[in-house]
Design a protein around this ligand. Structure first.
Ligand code: ATP
Ligand code: MG
Length: 569
């Protein structure tokens, strides 16, 4: 591409609400233009990168044996009623009406549509297993769209779905997809981890997320230093402490703790470490309020809590009024001692082994010291309720957990029978009997990958693309001179030679001064830069610099060609 004939529009001033590096750099490089909240136009430059990602994903999906197709983005309400998700999907589902008053949604995902396709197209076990995929725009009305295309409302996803009769067949395809995902992210040059994930509202048994490691990531990942265990913190199990609960030694005592509402305040005021305090949360259960007790320094894991039998599949804190009504006190002073017997008390494993602990007094401005389970406070049962923390033992018994941050770029799921059953998707088995199919689903956030790659690969000057994602592999910068067109001619010749060898080459023939020209090329992250000038040509060399390095190298024509071809092989 000759840059004089392209539309490059780098930007100096960007909005202050661009919080993360990738969002800022995509705006500065002119890859994106915001149209509305969470809705973006991909400029010609942005699209080149998006297409590179798409190409790698498509190649690997094809290699994994998945078959490409394209489903509509607008989906009728009736289909979503069949699975109950018209209601269940919640506010993320953008609902629309046509002129005949028919209701539709803009597809946030395509389980319903593919299952509808499968139930009419697949008739016999002989057609299974089979995997279909598409690369298509999704819409989710996210509560807080942010970080540009990282959490957008409209975004590009690759979604694949597989169909099976046996769990073994599903597990085998899951493995194939898992390996394809690993190859995709490796090929794209990203540092990532596959982590065990919660199966959430979609259900099913096995699930992994592919997380690109980055400080700005919204997800926390627990990984073991003694094994290959890695899981989303939402899922990671906190083992019961190896220690037994000590016998009580102190007497239960009510103490005044005016204005101490948080564990930090109570622990500072009483001079007792937070690890010796119990905090109590009241949540809305299926049949009234439920108390959850945790050690003072630990945090509730909402995903674990929402799976408790006592809760209705979500964990919602009780309001101050509900708490006041049930206990006579306010949130900061709740405790398990003397709670109404109608409130079940579920105690986290780590809080359950405490003795002589501090807890809320169930009266404004007071706490208990010397509290003990059973003697002073009843527990209904013990459960794993908390988020794991750095230093916890790994749940597989090998090594210690550490916490890293990640950006979820892919998700693979063994859905099992959920959608096929709800929608009556059956095939005839060997005996001619109709049997419901099993399904897997496999998503990749194509547009999110672009942002995630920048989070991992940038510096003061701008983006530093891994070679496979770069909009162009090489930029040739021409230093114009007043003495004829020698540099331009040499640059053009090099441009042709590199293109003949299969490289994506950008020729910066805009006639800019070197400063602004180099700044643009660095900002948009081209991995290899070649400068062609009269001075270099006088000594038979080209000036080469790898993005991210600070030194130029003078290379002969042949050495340069060989090096660039090898780098992009
Ligand atoms: P998240 O937990 O980040 O909201 P999700 O679990 O809802 O994602 P999936 O339903 O598994 O996402 O969708 C598959 C992939 O689509 C995700 O792994 C992610 O890469 C991408 N994705 C999901 N939501 C968005 C979004 N709002 N913007 C950009 N990409 C997204
Ligand atoms: Mg997910």
């Amino acid at each position: 591409m000759r840059l004089s004939q392209f539309h490059l529009a780098t930007v100096k001033e960007i909005p202050a609400d661009a919080e993360v590096a990738s969002h800022r750099l995509m705006l500065r490089a002119g890859m994106l233009r915001k149209l509305a909240a969470g809705i973006y136009t991909w400029s010609p430059l942005g699209l080149r990168v998006l297409r590179k990602v798409e190409t790698v994903v498509r190649e690997e999906m094809n290699r994994a044996g998945a078959i490409e197709m394209l489903m509509p983005s607008i989906q009728p309400r009736e289909l979503w009623e069949e699975t109950g998700r018209w209601q269940q999907f919640g506010g993320q589902l953008l609902k629309i009406r046509d002129r005949k008053d028919q209701e539709y949604c803009y597809g946030p995902t395509h389980e319903e549509v593919i299952t509808d396709f499968a139930r009419s197209e697949l008739k016999s076990y002989k057609q299974l297993p089979v995997s279909f995929y598409q690369i298509q725009t999704k819409f989710r009305d996210e509560i807080r769209p942010r970080f540009g295309v990282m959490r957008a409302r409209e975004f590009l996803m690759k979604d694949a779905y597989s169909f099976h009769l046996s769990p073994e067949s599903l597990a085998a395809t899951y493995r194939v997809m898992f390996d394809a995902y690993s190859r995709i992210f490796t090929r794209l040059g990203l540092r990532f981890r596959a982590v065990q994930a919660d199966t959430g509202a979609i259900g099913g048994n096995a699930s992994h997320e592919f997380q690109v490691l980055a400080e700005s990531g919204e997800d926390a990942i627990a990984w073991s230093d003694g094994s290959d265990y890695a899981a989303n913190v939402e899922l990671a199990e906190a083992l019961a402490p190896a220690t037994q609960r000590p016998a009580s030694s102190a007497a239960l005592q009510r103490v005044d703790t005016p204005d101490c509402r948080t564990i930090e305040e109570v622990s500072a005021f009483l001079g007792v470490d937070a690890t010796r305090c119990v905090k109590t949360l009241l949540v809305r259960g299926k049949d009234g309020l439920v108390a959850l007790c945790l050690r003072g320094d630990h945090e509730i894991n909402e995903v674990k809590a929402s799976k408790l039998d006592e809760l209705p599949g979500v964990s919602e804190l009780a309001s101050e009024a509900e708490i006041l009504d049930a206990t006579g006190t306010r949130p900061g002073f709740l405790g398990p001692v003397g709670l109404p017997a109608s409130i079940p008390v579920i105690v986290d494993r780590s809080a359950a082994v405490l003795g002589d602990f501090v807890c809320g007094g169930n009266a404004e401005g007071s706490h208990y010291t010397g509290a003990n389970w059973e003697r002073d406070a009843q527990m209904t049962r013990i459960a794993d309720l908390r988020k794991v923390v750095d230093g916890d033992p790994s749940p597989d018994g090998q090594g210690t957990l550490h916490i890293a941050r990640g950006i979820e770029v892919g998700h693979v799921f063994q859905l099992g029978g959920k959608y096929a059953q709800a929608m009556g998707a059956t095939v005839l088995d060997e005996n001619g009997k109709a049997r419901s199919m099993l399904m897997g689903c496999y998503g990749i956030g194509i547009s999110r990958i672009v942002a995630a790659a920048i989070e991992q690969n940038h510096d003061e000057q701008g983006i530093a693309w891994p070679d496979p994602m770069a909009p162009w592999n090489v930029a040739i910068c021409v230093i114009n001179s007043r003495q004829g067109t020698r540099a331009q001619d040499a640059a053009l010749a090099l441009y042709d030679q590199l293109r003949e060898r299969g490289l994506d080459v950008l020729l910066d023939d805009r006639g800019l001064r070197p400063g602004p020209m180099f700044a643009d090329i660095e900002l948009i992250g081209i991995p290899h830069r070649v400068v062609v000038s009269d001075r270099g040509l006088d000594s038979g060399t080209y000036e080469y610099r790898r993005r991210g390095e600070s030194e130029n190298r003078s290379l002969s024509h042949d050495a340069l060609l060989e090096m660039l071809v090898a780098a992009n092989a």
